[in-house]
Design a protein around this ligand. Structure first.
Ligand code: NAP
Length: 251
């Protein structure tokens, strides 16, 4: 049986942990040749080894343009093409608008927005040379609705939503078969979410593990949607924004 992504060459940024790691696993199961990139070398190496086959880990800071150029060159050098880019790496600052410093804002924008901007900018020529491709930008429900506790994060993710539509329209105007869509997860149980979720005390006095709030999704839930967007099954879909949030933004 062949997978829906057989032979497609895929880069997943921030693939050492959480949603990126879960997504890389799903895409590999669908037959993709996966390049995991991350700033976390130990976990990234482990994630690529766990996938096995020809999965590759590359150290990559998405906020750094030279790092993007070398990751894309190394991917094409190793696998001969680039079909899919999942712009997933991201960080968060827990602070509302009155308490966010300009330094915090710039740090979040550098990774979450500039990182996606640079990824799209440098992936397009490589995908064009491969005959087309699919870019999947991981935004957030915080890019769709106001989220007072995360002012900088919300701004960074809203920009990704608009940039996605711009990239989609640009590629269409250029006549490239390159699609670009944004995915907007709600709460997913990952190290990022656990780090910002306070421990709660249950009625019986027992401490409830961080991040285990009922209703959180799993990284693979996002991976399955990304798998569809990465595949040719979604060939008529570009410039779309897809909430995957257990109904969080339905009302
Ligand atoms: P995570 O578990 O913290 O994984 C993110 C990975 O990205 C980490 O390995 C992190 O490394 C890495 N990273 C951070 N800065 C980087 C950089 N400059 N260049 C390359 N890699 C970098 O987070 P996650 O929850 O899976 O989040 C993944 C994406 O989903 C993010 O864009 C996030 O905003 C988005 N999202 C998450 C949720 C959720 O509920 N989890 C909801 C909506 C959207 P370090 O750990 O070393 O920093």
């Amino acid at each position: 049986m062949t997978g829906r992504l057989e032979e497609k060459v895929v880069i997943v940024t921030g693939g050492a942990s959480g949603i990126g790691r879960g997504t890389a696993e799903v895409l590999a199961r669908e037959g993709a040749r996966v390049v995991i990139t991350d700033v976390n070398e130990a976990l990234g190496d482990e994630a690529a080894k766990a996938i096995g086959g020809d999965a590759l880990f590359l150290r990559h800071d998405v906020a750094d343009e030279a790092s993007w150029q070398s990751v894309i060159a190394a991917t094409v050098d190793r696998f001969g093409r680039l079909d899919v880019l999942v712009n997933n790496a991201g960080i968060i600052e827990v602070a509302d608008i009155e308490n966010t410093t300009v330094e915090q804002l710039r740090r979040v924008l550098a990774v979450n927005t500039e990182g996606v901007f640079l990824g799209c900018k440098h992936a397009i020529p490589a995908m064009r040379a491969s005959g087309g491709g699919s870019i999947v930008n991981i935004s957030s429900t915080a890019g769709l609705v106001g989220t007072p506790p995360f002012a900088a994060y919300s701004a960074s993710k809203g920009a990704v939503r608009a940039l996605t539509k711009t990239v989609a329209a640009h590629c269409q105007q250029k006549g490239d078969a390159i699609r670009c869509n944004s995915v907007h997860p709600g709460g997913i149980d990952t190290p990022l979410v656990r780090a910002i979720t306070p421990e709660r005390t249950a009625d019986d006095g027992e401490t409830v593990e961080r991040g285990r709030a009922i209703g959180y999704g799993e990284p693979q839930d996002i991976g399955h949607l990304v798998s569809y967007l990465a595949s040719d099954e979604s060939r008529f879909m570009t410039g779309a924004e897809l909430a995957i949030d257990g109904g969080l933004t339905a009302t």
